[in-house]
Design a protein around this ligand. Structure first.
Ligand code: GDP
Length: 450
């Protein structure tokens, strides 16, 4: 999915990250390339414009270019904007992407879209999801009298997912079927009624009139537009046609398992003003996922780890603290208070497992930790041990003789052996830090934390 877009953005970012300093011109140049990459991925033009403007303003109009890691900061800004474009911005409520069941049962979910978009399959997938995940009783009805055997198809799928379907009455028209489905759902005390409407090969007036009439008799709580993510700009046009004609509440993107270029996904939120609620990821009836803007943005960028690292580091580590620490290390003054701060930060960053592989420069320090058999629980013990030392001992670990170690062990509820481990680790980390310093200098060290 999104392979070519990912590759192109990856190239732009590699160049950005490779530089220690970035000028405004560098950023503008990168934005030109990103603009082309997005257009080639079939993202709608107004969406591309808005995106590029937002990223450029944020990248140039702040302290980003002056920071220790400007390239990574720009990547982070692009990631944030992509996430927002996909409906996961800070002002977006994740609840809006969930199915809305807040109506008197039967809650009606109406599925609309072109023929072949995956509407019937998605209806069955949702039926299964509603039964299994939400524990609700659903009834499904096909209102598609255009396509031969469409109603039969839903019936077969219903049997596969163990969700009831409305019995087929030959010759009945869509609005009448909708009415009958409502009655039947009430009679069966179904919680949810899924209406699979007819599609056409193209959007036309007759189709829209039919959708409006069906919505009129069934008062749907959800009207989900199903679009094929492989169709790019066409999907955008379809979305545009439906928006305003029927009261859409959300979008389902199908065939996200294929090699979609990204245009449909990235444009949909802007064009419809509605959240993408689900992604279809295969032909199987459980191949449907809640749409997660952040994850999809990460996949497009193909660098979720770098982005989340920068995010976590920014959230947990203050730049000036990091610089002060880097200076101390450079002077060989890394004491147990500093070690404790490091341990805290590691905990905040999700423990040792999270760190693995994220910070290339931390490999040596990590190896030292691995050698001392550390796991995340151990971080807490270590914190308690250091906390039981006097400030003097923390500044000068050499003071810790056998008697003092015993006191610290008792105070922290641990054993002398563990106190020794902390001291050993401090020694090894000091050594590793010195080596990192040799590898990348003070700036390299700062870059690890800032
Ligand atoms: P409808 O005409 O809109 O009702 O489309 P269908 O539900 O009949 O789907 C058309 C074809 O697309 C079927 O062969 C489905 O199995 C397939 N399909 C639907 N959704 C997905 C999906 O998310 N991924 C893949 N790979 N195929 C899908």
């Amino acid at each position: 999915m999104f392979d070519s877009l990912s590759d192109r953005l990856g190239n732009v970012f590699d160049r950005l990250k490779g530089r220690g300093a970035l000028s405004e011109g560098d950023v503008r140049e990168a934005m030109r390339e990103i603009r082309i990459a997005l257009l080639e991925a079939d993202v709608a033009l107004p969406v591309v414009r808005r995106f590029i403007d937002a990223v450029t303003e944020k990248a140039i109009g702040s302290d980003v270019l002056k920071s220790v890691t400007p390239g990574q900061q720009v990547v982070k800004i692009v990631d944030d904007e992509l996430t927002a474009m996909l409906g996961g911005g800070e002002d977006a409520d994740p609840k809006d992407r969930e199915l809305n069941f807040a109506a008197k049962p039967p809650v009606v979910i109406m599925m609309v879209g072109l023929q072949g978009s995956g509407k019937t399959t998605t209806t069955a997938k949702l039926g299964k999801l509603i039964r299994e995940k939400h524990g609700k009783k659903a009834l499904m009805a096909s209102l598609d009298v255009n396509r031969p055997a469409a109603q039969e198809q839903l019936k077969v799928l219903g049997e596969q997912v163990d969700v009831a379907t409305l019995p087929i009455v030959e010759g009945q028209q869509p609005v009448d079927i909708a009415r009958r489905a409502m009655d039947s759902a009430k009679l069966q005390s179904a919680d949810v009624l899924l209406l699979d409407t007819a599609g056409r090969l193209h959007v036309d007036e007759a189709l829209m009139a039919e959708m409006k009439a069906i919505a009129g008799v069934s008062a749907p709580t959800e009207v989900l537009l199903v679009v094929d993510s492989l169709t790019g700009q066409d999907a955008v046009n379809v979305a545009q046609s439906f928006t305003g004609e029927v009261p859409l509440t959300g979008v389902v993107l199908t065939r996200m398992d294929g090699d979609a270029r990204g245009g449909a996904a990235l444009s949909m939120r802007y064009v419809t003003g509605k959240p993408i609620k689900f992604a279809g990821t295969g032909e199987k009836l459980d191949a449907i996922e809640a749409f997660d803007p952040k994850r999809v943005a990460g996949r497009i960028l193909g660098m979720g780890d770098v982005v989340s690292l920068v995010e976590k580091a920014a959230a947990t580590i203050k730049q000036d603290e990091a610089e002060a620490l880097a200076k101390k290390m450079a002077k060989g003054q890394f004491d147990l208070d500093d070690l404790r701060m490091q341990l805290k930060q590691m905990q905040n960053m999700g423990g040792l497992g999270m760190l693995a592989g994220m910070m290339p420069g931390m490999k040596k320090a990590k190896a030292a930790m691995a050698a001392s058999n550390m796991d995340d629980r151990v971080l807490l013990h270590m914190d308690a041990i250091i906390g039981s030392m006097t400030p003097k001992e923390r500044k000068n670990p050499a003071l810790l003789n056998a008697k003092r170690k015993k006191r610290v062990a008792a105070g922290s509820g641990t054993q002398v052996q563990e106190v020794n481990k902390v001291l050993k680790m401090h020694q090894e980390m000091s050594r590793a830090m010195k080596q990192i310093k040799k590898m990348g200098g003070l700036k390299g060290l700062g870059a690890l934390f800032g």
